[in-house]
Design a protein. Structure first.
Length: 80
């Protein structure tokens, strides 16, 4: 937990600072708790919608490279 606290950037450090202190009622007990909390804040909550939008725009044309198309399709399918 100290390692995370020392290497975290300014804005993220402000988010976790209150629960790092010893006197806080809901103090973090593990590093995983800190990382899970930061994931809630920073992971794109619209990822699925963005992926669906990109999938709907995915079209192969006669001159396009088939393998690039398949790679894009598989990437989007994995994200969804």
């Amino acid at each position: 937990m100290c390692y995370i606290e020392n290497y975290i950037k300014r804005k993220a450090a402000k988010y976790i600072a209150p629960r790092i202190h010893q006197d806080h009622l809901e103090k973090y007990t593990t590093a995983e708790e800190i990382l899970d909390y930061l994931k809630e804040i920073y992971i794109n909550l619209n990822c699925l919608e963005i992926t669906k939008h990109d999938y709907n725009k995915l079209v192969i044309k006669n001159r396009d490279d088939y393998y690039k198309f398949v790679t894009s399709f598989l990437h989007l399918a994995d994200k969804a």
